[in-house]
Design a protein around this ligand. Structure first.
Ligand SMILES: [Zn+2]
Length: 459
């Protein structure tokens, strides 16, 4: 039974009892390369979705792409290209980054500007219901006094709403400080759509609800995003959709992924600690990032340091080493109750941890504990036991989305050299065997002499 922490209620709740689940996660604004903070959120929801699917749920995972907004317009002006060129280029870069990270769980990407009719229709509904008003020459705004529930997710009030306003929502003619823009009339030379609302472009919050209503209807199961979107963005989504449909709750369970800090500080261009996914992948591989993310609970903050990346890499190497040694085992025999129970217990702990609000650190701990428990008697393992263990680790790592699901193999010429070295070693020709060891070392491989023969590993 999967339980999920619902930001709305502040408690863990049962996953809705349905075979098919609708999940919406706020996507990127495509005006620059995605950074490690984005990677954190999207890797977390990739793992969560993979897990739900492994538990037999059909998960429809929808993500919007904000391809029109102030930042896009500004950046395209400074770069002297069209907003569309800029947005399409960074959308492509975003999808390429997701692919490099092995993020494959998203079912549908929906671009804001492909849903202008749906956005206009939702704003018109809000106008008809008197939730929205016009500021002539500026745009259509949501009137917060018409939605007394505002603040129920973040426990903040409309009066506090002004501190996280974006520029598009700024106007001194608003009825209330926290009122936000639904549709912005365009100024000269700005991108615009000619609609019944007037010539202009959508506000930020309205695209999500117009898109999610189009695919999922006015109510759905799970909404995710980074924790900093809780206010005002997610409050605005609730205000829009619940006002438009009259149905509550808009979303059954609200999920928020924690912050990612860099060396204890918030990532920002001005601090010079802005780390893109591409920067990271120039220095480490995608599995290292996934391990870093998975070793934290998705709601906890992560403090990214070089040391943390090294720790993640070391964890992956321990697993790779363990699996490589399993493949050397040739001893005939059967599967002992010790190993059989060990695998069963590890699997049980893994599942129990993941069922408990996707506790990936505890799930990973189950994998390491089983490895530790077998350490002292490792070379007594039989071939069938080694096979069962190998299958278990392959399954669990695949479930979490790691790419190195198969134990890495070594090229034939390297294996051949290792064999030659072993022959020298057996005949105590140590000068020759050491020479080969050094040669392999220079090629990036290490040799470990085990009771089952030499183990060659990529360093
Ligand atoms: Zn959003």
């Amino acid at each position: 039974m999967v339980k999920i922490f619902n930001t709305m209620s502040g408690a863990k709740e049962d996953l809705p009892h349905k075979d098919e689940l609708h999940l919406f996660v706020c996507g990127p604004t495509v005006y620059d390369f995605s950074h490690l903070g984005h990677a954190r959120t999207y890797l977390a929801f990739d793992i969560i979705t993979r897990y739900l699917r492994s538990r037999g749920k059909k998960v429809e995972y929808l993500q919007n792409i904000t391809d029109i907004d102030d930042k896009i317009i500004e950046r395209s002006k400074t770069q002297k290209i069209s907003w569309k060129r800029l947005a399409r280029d960074f959308e492509k870069a975003y999808k390429a980054d997701m692919k490099s990270l092995g993020i494959t769980a998203v079912s549908i990407y929906a671009r804001a500007t492909d849903f202008i009719p749906e956005i206009v229709a939702q704003v018109r509904t809000l106008i008809a219901k008197k939730n929205a008003y016009e500021i002539p020459g500026d745009g259509w705004y949501f009137d917060l006094t018409t939605f007394p529930d505002y603040g129920k997710l973040s426990h903040r009030t409309a009066a506090q709403a002004n501190d996280s306003m974006s520029r598009i929502d700024a106007s001194d003619k608003k009825r209330n400080a926290g009122d936000f823009c639904l549709w912005k009339f365009s100024k000269k030379d700005e991108p615009s759509w000619k609609t019944e609302l007037g010539t202009g472009r959508p506000g930020w919050h309205i695209e999500d609800t117009a898109i999610s209503e189009k695919f999922f209807g006015p109510q759905y199961d799970l909404h995710g995003g980074a924790v900093d979107l809780k206010f005002p963005h997610h409050e605005a989504e609730i205000a829009q959709q619940e006002s438009a449909s009259g149905k509550k709750p808009f979303v059954r369970i609200w999920m928020h992924a924690g912050f990612l800090l860099i060396n204890g500080e918030k990532m920002s261009k001005s601090l010079g600690n802005f780390t893109t996914i591409r920067d990271f992948l120039n220095r480490h591989n995608a599995d290292t990032l996934r391990m870093m993310i998975a070793s934290h609970h998705y709601r906890s903050p992560i403090n990214y340091t070089d040391e943390l990346a090294e720790q993640a890499k070391a964890s992956l190497q321990r697993i790779a080493h363990f699996r490589a040694r399993l493949r050397l085992i040739r001893k005939a025999g059967t599967i002992s109750p010790l190993v059989e129970n060990g695998i069963l217990q590890a699997k049980e702990k893994f599942t129990k941890s993941m069922d408990d609000d996707f506790n990936t650190p505890d799930a990973l701990a189950a994998l390491f504990e089983l490895m530790n428990s077998l350490e002292t008697s490792f070379w007594n393992l039989t071939r069938p036991e080694a096979r069962a263990l190998e299958a278990f680790y392959e399954e669990m790592l695949a479930l979490l989305g790691f790419s190195a699901q198969k134990a890495p193999s070594v090229p034939r010429e390297i294996a051949q050299k290792a064999k030659e070295r072993e022959a020298f070693r057996i005949h105590k020709q140590f000068i020759q065997s050491d020479a080969i060891r050094k040669e392999l070392d220079a090629l990036g491989y290490s040799i470990e002499d085990t009771p089952a023969g030499p183990l060659v590993l990529r360093k």
